[in-house]
Design a protein around this ligand. Structure first.
Ligand SMILES: [Zn+2]
Length: 301
């Protein structure tokens, strides 16, 4: 396994970090339980390679795993993963997903834009289905074949390799619960540039680590309490974003928060929480709409 050791903050690139978790004997034993229960023992040998330390950026509050496995190892982990509770997996999007995508469709269609949407990291394609149902022409990108092999009756295209998208540009790119899973979220965002039009909209939603840190001692049973996945579960959630760390990351990657009048009108609460959340973390949000800056795009339609 190729191991990455993260020295600077992956969100803001700042240099000051605090170690917020170092595993003791009990934590290592909880890790082995996680490996056994969730991944059929796939991660058993990882304790020797990875230090399982969690760091927090002193500047933006971003939380991340200090050492991270390579892409092939992560893919193996996802493929070995099983459902923790014996509940039927969701097959259809819920009403909130439909409402969210309908709102986005109404917003982009109202501006006279064609409406091709790329659902990047589509997982089990629930958001893809929601986007398709409300009217988007949807392409889903999901590299993990296990997650997409049972999807039937689909009214959209699924690709497993990004190269299959070459030559295509999208009006909307949806990153729903994706950035926290990726080793280098900056590189992922930069990798979207070939698929953007000049006025493309990027929708990003990630878990807000602030809402987990403030309520309880999130490290007491880390990394596994025997029942449910932890918000920083190794090595699925590699990042814990704050409102500030997400904004700084996307800005560094060449995107700007969409604060146009139309967006503020269509998404008043989200806009308010995004701006004021920097001052009042309790109301902060880690869901945002971004536009690419013209300097990362060059000349294109
Ligand atoms: Zn930072």
């Amino acid at each position: 396994m190729n191991i990455s050791t993260i020295e600077a903050c992956p969100a803001c690139e700042g240099g000051g970090q605090t170690q917020v978790f170092t595993p003791d004997k009990e934590a290592k034993s909880r890790f082995m339980e996680l490996s056994s229960v969730k991944y059929k023992g796939f991660m058993d040998s990882w304790l020797e390679d990875l230090d399982m330390q969690i760091m927090k950026c002193n500047g933006c509050g971003h939380i991340y795993h200090h050492t991270q496995p390579d892409f092939a190892s992560l893919s193996g982990m996802y493929n070995a993963g099983v459902q923790l509770k014996q509940v039927e997996p969701k097959l259809y999007p819920d009403s909130n997903m439909i409402k969210s995508m309908y709102r986005l469709y109404r917003f982009t269609a109202a501006k006279g834009l064609p409406t091709q949407l790329l659902d990047y990291g589509s997982g089990n394609c629930l958001w893809t289905t929601a986007a398709s149902v409300v009217g988007f022409q949807v392409t889903a990108y999901e590299p993990n074949i296990k997650r997409i092999k049972n999807i039937a009756n689909k009214n959209f295209t699924i690709v497993q390799q990004l190269s299959e998208l070459n030559g295509n540009r999208f009006d909307v790119i949806n990153l729903e619960q994706v950035l926290e899973h990726t080793k280098d979220p900056y590189e992922l965002l930069r990798g979207l540039i070939p698929y953007l039009k000049s006025r493309s909209l990027l929708r990003i939603a990630v878990p807000n680590i602030h809402h987990h840190v403030r309520n309880k001692d999130i490290w007491s049973m880390f990394p596994f309490d025997g029942a449910k996945m932890h918000i920083m579960s190794p090595y699925e959630h590699l990042h814990g974003f704050t409102n500030v760390s997400l904004q700084l990351l996307v800005k560094r990657a060449g995107f700007a928060l969409d604060l146009s009048l139309a967006t503020c009108r269509a998404y008043p609460l989200n806009t308010f929480r995004t701006i004021m959340g920097k001052l009042i973390p309790a109301i902060s949000t880690t869901e945002c709409l971004m536009r690419p800056n013209s300097d990362i795009l060059g000349t294109r339609p």
